[in-house]
Design a protein around this ligand. Sequence first.
Ligand code: SAM
Length: 253
Amino acid sequence: MNKERVGNFYDVVWTEYIPEYEASEKHWRLFFSPGEVRGKAVLDAGCGTVIFSIIFARNGAGRVTGIDISPGSLGTAESLKEKFHLGNARFERQDMLRLPHPDASFDIVWAWGTVHHTTDPLAAVIELIRVLKPGGSILQAIYKKTKVTWIHEAIRKTLIRTPRWSWNHLDKGMALFGTPIVAFFKKREKSRKGEKLSELILDWYFVPIRHHYTPNEIRTFLEKRGYAIENYLAHSGRFDSSSNFVYKARNPA
Ligand SMILES: C[S@@+](CC[C@H](N)C(=O)[O-])C[C@H]1O[C@@H](n2cnc3c(N)ncnc32)[C@H](O)[C@@H]1O
């Protein structure tokens, strides 16, 4: 049920939102190079509108599998697959908490902004690790727990109880109120260009499931399982957002 709610939410919120290719690829290069992905099997877990699947495929990955629970996003994925002639990519409707793929199927698992939207993010990481080959690497961008997370969560938990029909009015009203504040901090220029503030608000405050972690919690979780942290970004989201932190970790061979 919760899974359905998240899938339906992303059908509405992300189906038409395709993050900027260049900014995404520039960010991707902080973690991977074409040499590292050439010929590799990649899982894009929670692929959404598949921007990172496209980047992996165009940078020489041997096989890219994108999975998501949002049929709307997967529809967009199929049309982008055609547009970019991605013969080496396939997209499937799957729940990352219960993947059908055998153990050790992938060299690289990429989970950008996704495990924190599942009912059990750490179980999701365990499932993603299960399908990773020995010596493979996993990248996760996860919402950061901060001193004010509880305030954002209190707002979100109130707003998701409001009737669905009111969301477009609420997010636009909040955007009107928030625009001068955001302009003051000059956040918009750095943020997700092409996406309206009301859409960002919808994504942030109306998503049915969201969990936050401290970087230390995730580091400890990975290191306990023998993973070596290869790269850590404390403040960066794809477009310089401070809401996420990112870990790239390698599985002991
Ligand atoms: C914030 S979007 C990120 C999309 C993409 N990774 C990107 O960075 O452009 C989160 C995605 O995770 C997907 N998702 C959430 N829970 C999931 C689950 N249990 N299994 C698979 N996908 C899931 C959502 O449907 C949504 O497309």
